[in-house]
Design a protein around this ligand. Structure first.
Ligand SMILES: C[S@@+](CC[C@H](N)C(=O)[O-])C[C@H]1O[C@@H](n2cnc3c(N)ncnc32)[C@H](O)[C@@H]1O
Length: 230
C-alpha cells in the first residue's frame, strides 16, 4: 500500500493537512534537538520529511532513517536523507543501545503490534535515550471531535482518492486513526512498554499529538514536555 501511494504521498500530506504537517514535524525536530542526541533513528521514515527536519535542526547528529517500503526510501534518498535502512520497524537489524533518540511519525499506528514495536525501539535506545512518537489523535473537545470524525469518514477518503487515486489507503487511514490510542491511553501504552515519564503535547486542537518518553530515569528528573491531558 505504501509503495503504491509513495508517488503522491507528499502532495496528499500537504493538501489534506492544509499544510500543518510542516509545522508538526518542525515541532518534533525542535523537541529532539533539546535532547542533544549524537545519533537519532527515525523509524517508518516514509518520504523522509521528519528525517530531513532532524538533519536541518541537529546538523551535528547522525540521523538514520528506516522504512520497509522501497518506493518511500527512494523518495527519501532523492530528497536528501543521507542514511537509509530498508527494514521492518518491528524487527530492527540494529544493535542494542545504539541510538540516543528514536522517532516515529505517523508510523506506529501502522505497525501490527504497537507494544512490541515500542519495546523494540527501547532495545536500541541508550539507557538515557528518548522516544518521540508523532501521530494522529482524536481531539478531546466534543465539537472538534465530531467535526474531525466527519472529515475522516466523509471527506478524507474522497479528497485523497482524487489526489492519489488510492481511495482504499485513505479509508484505512481514517479507520486506523479512530482505533489508535490517544492522549493518556497512549502515554499508558508507552509506559507499559518500559518507558518512563511519558508526556503528550497535542497540536492543532489535538488532531495530532507528540508523545515523548525516557528510556530510564534521567538524573535531573523528567525532561519530558508537560502532560496536558487530565
Ligand atoms: C504514513 S507514512 C509516514 C511517513 C513519515 N514518517 C512521515 O512523517 O510522513 C508511514 C510509513 O511507515 C512505513 N511503515 C509502516 N509499517 C512499517 C514497518 N513495520 N516497518 C517499517 N516501516 C513501516 C510505511 O512504509 C510508510 O512509509
Amino acid at each position: 500500500m505504501f509503495d503504491r501511494v509513495a508517488r503522491r504521498y507528499d502532495l496528499a500530506n500537504h493538501l489534506l493537512s492544509f499544510g500543518r504537517d510542516f509545522f508538526w514535524r518542525r515541532r518534533a525536530a525542535e523537541i529532539v534537538a533539546e535532547w542533544n542526541p549524537a545519533c537519532v533513528l527515525d523509524l517508518a521514515t516514509g518520504s523522509g520529511d521528519l528525517a530531513l527536519a532532524l538533519q536541518d535542526k541537529i546538523s551535528r547528529a547522525q540521523i538514520v532513517a528506516l522504512d520497509f517500503s522501497s518506493a518511500m526510501l527512494a523518495l527519501a534518498r532523492r530528497k536528501g536523507v543521507r542514511h537509509l535502512i530498508a527494514a521492518d520497524a518491528a524487527q530492527l537489524p540494529l544493535a542494542e543501545q545504539s541510538f540516543d533518540a528514536v522517532t516515529i511519525a505517523f508510523g506506529l499506528r501502522n505497525v501490527r503490534d504497537w507494544a512490541a514495536a515500542l519495546r523494540e525501539m527501547r532495545r536500541v535506545l541508550t539507557s538515557a535515550g528518548h522516544l518521540l512518537v508523532l501521530d494522529f489523535s482524536l481531539p478531546p473537545k466534543p465539537i472538534l471531535h465530531f467535526l474531525y470524525r466527519f472529515y475522516l469518514r466523509q471527506i478524507l477518503p474522497f479528497a485523497s482518492a482524487i489526489i492519489t487515486r488510492e481511495k482504499e489507503a485513505y479509508q484505512y487511514l481514517g479507520t486506523s486513526i479512530e482505533k489508535f490510542p490517544s492522549g493518556r491511553a497512549m502515554c499508558d501504552l508507552i509506559e507499559a512498554s518500559g518507558f518512563q515519564n511519558a508526556a503528550a503535547e497535542p497540536l492543532t486542537g489535538g488532531i495530532v499529538t507528540i508523545y515523548t518518553a525516557e528510556n530510564a530515569r534521567h538524573p535531573e528528573g523528567s525532561r519530558g514536555i508537560p502532560q496536558r491531558y487530565p
